[in-house]
Design a protein around this ligand. Structure first.
Ligand SMILES: Cc1cc2nc3c(=O)[nH]c(=O)nc-3n(C[C@H](O)[C@H](O)[C@H](O)COP(=O)(O)OP(=O)(O)OC[C@H]3O[C@@H](n4cnc5c(N)ncnc54)[C@H](O)[C@@H]3O)c2cc1C
Length: 457
């Protein structure tokens, strides 16, 4: 039996940083990883996709070069080079974390699948480890939905699509949410025909309708077929590839693609961890239940990152590490419930989001103020000839706190941080109205939009 001060299961977005803080505090830590150090974000998530989104943007801009008075030859895609770029970024990032861990005094990286033997004992292969503190940071994986015919055809998820070394001729993306939309646009820009099939009546139905509609318009404008209200999706072998039957209200009932990506959500990697053996509570979908300090119902065991169901993002996993470390090592009392959630959808133009949608704000039943501005009325967007999208802010009419915002437009993922910071500082929106932002930027319109806040119609 090997003894440590702490055991961390999973070297994704919270585990390595937590190991760093704990070993700095002179604790011994076992960090267990069954696959690739860096987890989803580094290997099959954020980093490869955003690298490929950058290639896709370059292709898009090159095709539009004449609009800017730039003369180019015909634009073509060297897909091997696109993939090599993404692989280089992954290898550099993963290697950096591996080297950091290897040089971390007091940290032992153990390779293999971890399972609980008892409340304080973890088994990895033939080895047994024990510690008074155990942190679960096992992340999640793509769901394979129980669609009729799903076992009769080869299907892709984010990992296998990124591993594919050929460009699909026609990619059918089942699932019109964050992961699916990013892949849809980038593969379209690489030259594939792309169809998005979504069960709901609109794309990313969690967002306000006008945001969903604008995103649909952006994607459709690039020649992506969007099939919403696909209530009865079935898969079958097609010639060539896969037939996806789409019981939509309009259009052909069958879409025949060369490849199908299933992007309908994620599930936590908690099904083979031995949690039932030690009584750690999970919800019906397998997410580990945690309190406001990320502690599970079993003393001495915490759950961080995507597996606790409180955020499916790298920054939320990292923030979980910050909360756990601050409480355990710095004597602070930081709470999960203090977090204001922000996130991005990295299509082009990107969507930056923070806090509530207007629909969520309305559900609170308090007086609201709403303002919006199309990108056609943002100078920087006009100058860049990237005027698709809009910005929208929702505030509480009585407290004057900003409740949420969406910025869909050039630099929207960056510009939204002005609002995210103001929300975290808990200042009333009136404090931002007289700021003097830099011209010409997308952010410079934030005070203007705030001055336009009115009760919604
Ligand atoms: C295509 C795609 C694009 C994305 N883009 C973004 C983005 O742009 N921005 C963003 O914020 N988020 C993005 N995400 C989400 C982000 O990648 C995840 O939310 C984040 O990686 C979660 O971090 P984590 O530490 O919880 O888990 P992970 O990063 O998944 O790490 C968990 C680790 O635990 C290991 N593990 C699991 N079970 C065991 C076990 N029993 N024993 C040992 N090891 C185990 C796994 O191998 C893995 O390495 C994206 C996700 C996908 C799929």
């Amino acid at each position: 039996m090997q003894r440590f001060d702490a055991i961390i299961i999973g070297a994704g977005q919270a585990g390595p940083s937590l190991a760093g803080r704990m070993t700095d505090a002179r604790m011994t830590v076992a960090l267990i990883e069954r696959h690739l150090v860096g987890g989803t974000c580094v290997n099959t998530g954020c980093m490869p996709t955003k690298t490929m989104v950058a290639s896709a943007y370059a292709a898009h801009l090159a095709r539009r070069a004449a609009d800017f008075g730039v003369v180019t030859g015909p634009v073509s895609i060297d897909f091997a080079r696109v993939r090599a770029r993404a692989q280089a970024v992954i290898h550099k990032a993963r290697g950096g974390v591996e080297r950091w861990l290897a040089g971390m005094p007091g940290c032992t990286l153990i390779r293999g699948h971890a399972r609980f033997e008892s409340r304080d004992v973890i088994r990895v292969g033939d080895e047994q480890l024990t510690a008074p503190r155990i942190f679960i940071n096992v992340g999640g994986r793509a769901v394979v939905p129980p669609l009729p015919g799903v076992d009769s055809v080869p299907h892709l998820d984010n990992s296998s699509l990124l591993a594919l070394d050929r460009l699909p001729s026609h990619l059918v993306v089942v699932g019109g949410s964050y992961v699916g939309l990013e892949f849809a646009q980038m593969y379209r820009r690489f030259g594939a025909q792309v169809t998005i099939v979504e069960r709901q009546s609109r794309l990313i139905a969690r967002e306000d309708e006008e945001i969903s509609d604008a995103i649909r318009g952006i994607l459709a404008g690039e020649g992506i077929a969007v099939r919403t209200s696909a209530e009865c999706i079935r898969l079958a072998p097609g010639a060539p590839g896969v037939t996806v039957t789409v019981n939509c209200h309009d259009g052909s009932p069958d879409v025949v693609g060369s490849d199908v990506l299933l992007a309908v959500g994620r599930r936590p990697n908690t099904d083979d961890l031995g949690l039932d053996r030690i009584g750690v509570a999970t919800d019906a979908r397998g997410y580990v239940q945690v309190d406001d300090s990320l502690a599970t119902n079993v003393p001495g065991i915490w759950a961080l990152g995507e597996c606790n169901g409180h955020g499916a993002f790298t920054h939320t996993a990292y923030n979980d590490f910050e909360i756990a470390a601050a409480n355990l090592l710095d004597g602070e009392r930081r709470k999960l419930s203090d977090r204001i959630l922000g996130y991005g959808l990295f299509i082009d133009p990107p969507l930056g989001r923070v806090g509530m949608t207007e629909r969520q704000a309305r559900e609170r039943g308090r007086p609201l103020l709403v303002a919006r501005r199309p990108m056609t009325r943002v100078n920087r967007a006009v100058e860049k000839d990237e005027t698709l999208g809009l910005m929208k802010i929702v505030a509480d009419a009585e407290t004057r706190q900003i409740l949420g915002a969406a910025i869909l437009g050039p630099g929207g993922d960056e510009a939204v941080h002005g609002i995210l910071d103001a929300m975290n500082a808990r200042v009333p929106y009136t404090d931002l109205q007289w700021a003097v932002p830099i011209h010409p930027t997308v952010s410079e319109l934030i005070p203007t939009v705030l001055r336009d806040l009115k009760p919604p119609a």
